[in-house]
Design a protein around this ligand. Structure first.
Ligand code: NAD
Ligand code: MG
Length: 301
């Protein structure tokens, strides 16, 4: 798929913009690497065309090494932003690749590995991003973990707690640490999911955190609007990323992944990037507390 070249602004059919994929059954230990995914994903590395919409911005993106976060990092850099990337130490290879794309775009990439499920690291992450970027005016809370369990009896308490720590407690902590640094005009974009409204039974913990993220976004959006800081969310549908093969889906579900959407195919990470760019760019000045669904056409509230 890396040979795909036509950019996101070229008139094209969304059904055939990316081929329908039938990923073979495969497994990676959590968190999973883009480099080992079959087939490879499209993070826009060969196609995303910037149009100056984030010129001079300073962004911190969590989960920026792979999948959706990597596509957002590439897009932000090509739109003119310097980017600090948060990811787990085990993902260094993926992060290095994204760093090289950001630098090819002529922007700065700051690598900040660490575990955001640890409360102390969340504030350290923000302080380091601010110090290295020389400020902060865009935060993308995108990191998340998803471990499928067929039965509630098989869902360990430890997993329940860790999913909440990573997916929603960290968003609270990172946002709280970042807000004092954010000047008027800044933005926060959180990654929720279609799972927030249409939960799969095998994702009890994960789907619950995604509903919480949607709600948190609408509350914080109102709280910060008078200060000129806008908070929004993006709700992806089925997107082909390493999350899915590191126990995010039952293995036998992989070949059919995303085929039940109205478009009939899984999404590629780069198809998410324009939503984050729009919600971060000043052009969305009157958009607050919104959840932008990017899911191949499945109805959502
Ligand atoms: P991904 O695996 O590429 O990205 C998730 C990232 O989260 C990882 O790269 C990792 O860096 C980060 N992460 C996880 N635990 C962490 C921790 N403890 N500390 C620091 N970083 C940690 O997969 P993705 O699908 O691109 O996921 C990005 C976001 O999109 C997630 O919030 C996910 O829930 C959401 N999402 C994905 C889909 C999909 O179908 N892929 C659908 C809806 C929502
Ligand atoms: Mg990753």
């Amino acid at each position: 798929m890396s040979e795909h070249r036509s950019d996101q602004l070229t008139f094209q059919n969304p059904v055939t913009r990316f081929p329908e994929i039938s990923p073979p059954e495969q497994h990676q230990p959590e968190p999973g690497l883009d480099q080992d995914l079959i087939p490879q994903t499209d993070r826009g590395q060969h196609s995303y065309r910037g149009t100056g919409r984030l010129e001079g911005r300073k962004a911190l993106i969590t989960g920026a090494d792979s999948g959706i976060g990597a596509a957002v990092a590439i897009a932000f850099a090509r739109e003119g932003a310097d980017v600090a990337l948060s990811y787990l130490p085990a993902e260094e290879e993926d992060a290095q690749e994204i760093k090289s794309f950001i630098e090819e775009a002529g922007r700065r990439a700051v690598l900040l590995p660490g575990d955001i499920s640890e409360p102390g690291f969340c504030s350290e992450l923000v302080e380091r991003a601010v110090a290295e970027l020389g400020g902060l005016d865009a935060l993308v809370n995108n990191a998340g973990r998803q471990i499928a369990r067929e039965d509630i009896a098989e869902l360990p308490d430890e997993q329940w707690v860790d999913t909440f720590e990573t997916n929603i407690h960290a968003i609270f902590r990172i946002s709280q640490a970042a807000i004092p640094h954010l000047p008027a005009g800044s933005t926060i974009v959180n990654t929720t999911s279609i799972q927030a409204y249409s939960p799969s039974p095998h994702l009890l913990d994960y789907a619950s955190t995604k509903a919480a993220i949607n709600n948190f976004t609408k509350g914080l959006g109102q709280m910060l609007a008078p200060r000129g800081i806008r908070v929004n969310a993006v709700a992806p549908g089925p997107i082909w990323t390493p999350l899915q093969v590191s126990d995010g889906q039952p293995k036998d579900a992989l070949p059919e992944f995303g085929k039940n959407t109205p478009l009939g195919r899984a999404g590629q990470p780069t198809e998410l990037a324009p939503a984050y760019v729009f919600l971060t760019s000043p052009e969305s000045s009157y958009v607050i507390g919104e959840t932008l669904n990017v899911n191949g056409g499945t109805p959502s509230p």
